[in-house]
Design a protein around this ligand. Structure first.
Ligand SMILES: [Mn+2]
Length: 254
């Protein structure tokens, strides 16, 4: 599988400085995995980023990333550019996001990890009917209004834990007719007990096993063509548990 490393934290508004080190930390944990997919062959490609130049970084992502592939962030703002590249390479593309937060704050001129998803929808790069968000548990009122206004399909973290299989069935049925499916995994969808190293840890999330269950099923969909893993921060990690989980997610996606 092709992997594109995007060591960029400039979209985290200073809240997750250090997440630019995640691609290397995740890749360096791959050999230590002891799982069915540990023989997966990864070809890493580094995307050149400009820490102080947002638009230039976004352009470089769009120019460099080719699918099928997995993108390693970096903060969640990089999904704005990588999904844009995905939508340029595939018509009628769908996005399934795992995240504690919906990232739908009012848009500004440049995408950040708080509003990239709203920008994708409001700029019509992504149809709201091709979007599912899973695992949310920290939502601003402004975001709730936008979710309702656009009729966006979403599931809380509690739903994802309590009704895992049904919700996975529903979400898969919802995106199965899209030409191509992109999975975006913000590591903060997972409970901080399992993934403490991130910018906005929120209690009450999915377990490691829950996220791996969802991935194992989405991964088998015929239209699955790519995705990303974002917001892990090695500088906040404890015994590498977050980066090891991210490495396992990467192995299972490949
Ligand atoms: Mn996010």
């Amino acid at each position: 599988m092709n992997v594109f490393s995007v060591p960029f934290s400039g979209g985290s508004l200073g809240k997750n400085d250090g997440c630019e080190k995640a691609p290397q930390a995740i890749l360096s944990n791959m050999p230590s995995l002891n799982c069915a997919n540990n023989k997966v062959v990864i070809t890493n490609n580094d995307v050149v980023v400009f820490p102080l130049d947002f638009p230039a970084t976004q352009l470089n992502i769009i120019k460099t990333v080719k699918f099928p592939s997995i993108i390693l962030g970096g903060d969640h703002s990089i999904t704005y550019a990588s999904f844009k590249a995905f939508a340029m390479q595939h018509t009628n593309a769908a996005l399934v996001v795992f995240d504690a937060h919906p990232d739908l704050m009012q848009e500004f001129e440049t995408p950040t990890h708080e509003n990239y998803l709203r920008m994708l929808v409001s700029e019509s790069i992504l149809k709201s009917g091709n979007l599912v968000i899973l695992g949310i548990r920290a939502v601003d009122e402004e975001e709730l209004n936008y979710l309702r206004e656009k009729g966006i399909k979403y599931y809380s973290a509690t739903d994802c834990v309590m009704r895992k299989e049904d919700i996975c069935d529903e979400a898969m049925a919802f995106v199965k007719n899209a030409n191509a499916l992109y999975l975006s995994i913000d590591i903060d969808c997972v409970d901080p007990a399992f993934a403490p190293a991130t910018g906005y840890p929120e209690p009450g999330g999915l377990s490691s096993n829950d996220i791996l269950y969802f991935i194992s099923r989405f991964r088998m969909m015929k239209n699955f063509k790519g995705g990303d893993i974002v917001e892990a921060n090695p500088s906040k990690d404890i015994n590498k548990i977050t980066c090891k989980l991210a490495a396992r997610i990467l192995a299972d996606l490949c």
